[in-house]
Design a protein around this ligand. Structure first.
Ligand code: HEM
Length: 347
């Protein structure tokens, strides 16, 4: 589906014409349930991240200076910066050192763009078994000890809104959190930096416009599969339980009837508030992303610091976007020079 109306019909599922599903809460034996627990887990995660962002907002300029100056290699730099800023929320400092190592390994072997091609199948399989077993053991230990107040996203997955979540399933939901935070959020940062760096005239635009326009052109979550629950008509086509309906946000977000110059990066199109149905980077309907607002906050804060304090230049070093379950930016190098320093240098 490339049309906004049909895409909303599929994702909103108001008539119940599609099977109820959730990629995020997908676990070995189906989907972690009940739905009320999924909603509570999403809320608890959002509130944990929100708290962390509010408490550590003042650290961001130093983080940017320390990680991105003078040069950085993307998209990994975006993922690793997000990991650094959310480190204690991803895994609390008290967690066993072995588990910290396992989570770092999951990030480098599975979350980073092209990670799968960087390691052999055998090494990935062996690592995955070890890392999952470390996560499940910790989930078991935390469940036995009881979690009063969640300290990190593993606690959120283990407590499962008061449900006794199976430790294996909690570990799988925890992986979804790693992919959403370090992965999706890091890639979205990469796209914003890449686009503003390759369109220097936009660097003085509002950070919120830059981020939205980057998410419109290159929606990190770009493809959704749904299965009809019964035969019905969708956008003039009959679909049924044997079909898989795919919604492609990349096409929805560039729909020529909704966007002028749809393929151009024009942050200023967001200067007047737009509520276009052809924009849904965080999904639509009951499963809309629980992390949307915290994601936007962090992205806008970072883009604001990068464009306000630094001159940014970007050199592409790869062959275009990396297409996987997430749409990751191409490989590129970013150079940051302090605005004051460049002005003095030019005198
Ligand atoms: C750029 C970053 C992100 C993007 C583009 C994104 C996108 C999405 C999309 C499109 C969905 C709907 C999936 C569907 O309908 O099947 C979703 C669901 C979800 N996201 Fe995100 N996400 C991002 C970051 C995050 C973060 C940081 C969190 C952490 C709290 C998060 C938590 C969730 C949860 C819990 C769901 C499931 C919601 C439900 O089924 O109730 N996401 N996300």
């Amino acid at each position: 589906m490339a049309g906004p109306a049909a895409a909303r019909e599929v994702m909103g599922n108001q008539r119940g014409t599609f099977m109820e599903t959730s990629d995020f809460f997908h676990v070995r034996n189906g989907v972690l349930g009940p739905r009320s627990a999924q909603i509570e887990i999403g809320r608890a995660a959002r509130s944990l991240i929100r708290h962390r962002l509010d408490a550590h907002r003042a650290d961001l300029p130093r983080l940017v200076a320390g990680r991105l100056v003078p040069t950085s290699t993307w998209p990994d730099a975006g993922n690793l910066l997000v990991r650094e800023h959310l480190r204690d929320v991803l895994l609390c400092p008290d967690a066993p050192a072995e588990l910290h190592k396992a989570v770092d390994g999951i990030i480098t072997r599975a979350v980073l763009a092209g990670a799968r091609q960087r390691h052999s199948v055998m090494s990935r399989l062996l690592f995955r078994r070890r890392a999952m077993s470390a996560l499940v053991q910790e989930a078991q230990a935390r469940r036995r000890a009881g979690v009063a107040e969640p300290r990190d996203l593993l606690d959120v997955a283990v407590t499962g809104a008061g449900l006794a979540v199976d430790p294996g399933e909690a570990a799988e939901v925890y992986l979804s959190f790693l992919f959403a935070t370090v992965g999706s959020l890091g890639f979205a940062l990469g796209w914003s930096v890449y686009l503003v760096g390759t369109h220097p005239d936009t660097s003085t635009d509002e950070p919120s416009w830059i981020v939205r326009e980057a998410l419109r052109l290159w929606p990190v979550a770009w493809l959704f599969a749904r299965r009809p629950s019964r035969e019905h008509e969708l956008a003039g086509v009959t679909v049924g339980p044997h079909d898989e309906v795919n919604v492609c946000l990349y096409l929805v977000h560039r729909h020529p009837r909704h966007w002028e110059r749809p393929d151009e990066f024009e942050p200023r199109r967001w200067a007047t508030p737009l509520h276009d149905p052809a924009f849904m980077p965080f999904g639509f309907g009951p499963h809309t992303c629980a992390g949307a607002t915290v994601t936007m906050t962090l992205l806008q804060d970072l883009i604001s610091i990068i464009t306000r304090d630094w001159h940014l230049s970007v050199t592409a070093t790869g062959n275009g976007p990396h297409l996987g379950p997430a749409l990751a930016p191409p490989r590129f190098t970013a150079e940051l020079h302090a605005r004051g320093a460049t002005a003095r240098g030019g005198e």
